[in-house]
Design a protein around this ligand. Sequence first.
Ligand code: ZN
Length: 237
Amino acid sequence: MFAKTHLHRYRNLLKYLPVLPAIGLLVVLCYRFWPTVSPLGPPVIISRAEWGAEPPDPQLQNPMSREVFNTVVVHHSAMAPYEGPREIQYAHMHERGFLDIGYHFVLDGRGRIYEGRNLAVHGAHVREHNAGTLGIVLMGNYEELTPSAEQVDRLKWLVRELMQHHPLTHLAGHRDLLPGKTLCPGTHLEPLLPALAAELGLRFGAGGYLGPEPAPTAPTTRVSNPAAAPAPGATPH
Ligand SMILES: [Zn+2]
C-alpha cells in the first residue's frame, strides 16, 4: 500500500513533465525582455563613475569650444536590451575607433538614465551631423522590440530636463538626419517621435540642423584608426 501510494505520487508528478519546456521558455523570455516590461523607478541619472565608464581617449581631453545643441537625436543601440553603456562604450572605442562613447545619454528599459559623453564636446552619433545634435540612445533593438509607454515617458522627462539647459528646438530620429542610410532608431520607436516632440513643444525632424559640421579643432576619432569611416548602406544603429 505504502509503495503503491508513492508510485501514484510519482505518476502525478510525471504528468507535469510536458509543461517543463514551457516553463523554461517563460524563464528565458522573462530574462530576455525583463528590462522592457518591469516598472520604472524614479528618474535618476547614473554618473559615468557609477556605471564604471572607461576614461575618454586622451585626445578628447581638450574639448572643442562649447556649442549650442538645438536638436535631440534619438537612437536605439541595436544591441540586446541588457547591454548597456559599458558594452556600447566598448564597441564605440575599441571596435569603431571613437574617442569615447558616442552618445550623450543612454536610457535603459527600466528608465534609468546613464551619463554618456561630456556635453562640452561633439557627440559621435550621426555621421557628419554631430554639430548641434545631442544624442540619446535607448538600449535595445527597436526593429524587434516596442518601447513601453513608461520608457517613452522617461525619455520625455530627460529631454524636458535638457531643455532647461540647452536651446533645443527640434527632436528627430537618427534616420531623419540620414534618410536611407540607417534603420535607427527602429521601426517601433521612430513613429512615436513626432507625438513626443509635439508634447514637448519641439518641432520634429531634421529641420534644425544648421549645415555642414565645422572642421573640428580637435579630433573626434582616433586619427590613426580608419574604423570610424562610414560604412556603406543602411546601418542598424
Ligand atoms: Zn542611431
